[in-house]
Design a protein around this ligand. Structure first.
Ligand SMILES: CC(C)(COP(=O)(O)OP(=O)(O)OC[C@H]1O[C@@H](n2cnc3c(N)ncnc32)[C@H](O)[C@@H]1OP(=O)(O)O)[C@@H](O)C(=O)NCCC(=O)NCCS
Length: 80
């Protein structure tokens, strides 16, 4: 999110919409990487059910580790 637009829940709306789209297309889980030091983004992801499932050591160019987070999206019902 452009710095001037942060803190207005736009990122949250984008994430929410993306997860709902993915679910409606049949995705069952979503997985992402986030810097271990990026607490703001992690807080957002955890609110949407993302849980830590792994870690990639020195994943980023500056050698910071990445956390792997996965959320269960639930199954699409036949009539949904
Ligand atoms: C993570 C990110 C996408 C969240 O998007 P957003 O639209 O700012 O999300 P929100 O409006 O829900 O705000 C999230 C947090 O930012 C904080 N915040 C509020 N105003 C802010 C501002 N002006 N500038 C920065 N952060 C602010 C709030 O504390 C909020 O925390 P809360 O959920 O505890 O209230 C955005 O911060 C961003 O682009 N960060 C840099 C890039 C990045 O980290 N991308 C994700 C990589 S995995």
């Amino acid at each position: 999110m452009h710095p001037e637009w942060r803190g207005r829940r736009v990122g949250e709306r984008l994430l929410s919409h993306l997860l709902e789209q993915a679910r409606s297309l049949g995705a069952v889980t979503a997985t992402l990487e986030v810097r271990v030091g990026n607490v703001v983004a992690q807080n957002l992801y955890r609110r949407y059910g993302f849980l830590e499932v792994g870690r990639r050591p020195r994943y980023y160019a500056d050698n910071e580790d990445a956390l792997l987070l996965t959320a269960y999206l639930g199954r699409k019902t036949p009539d949904a």
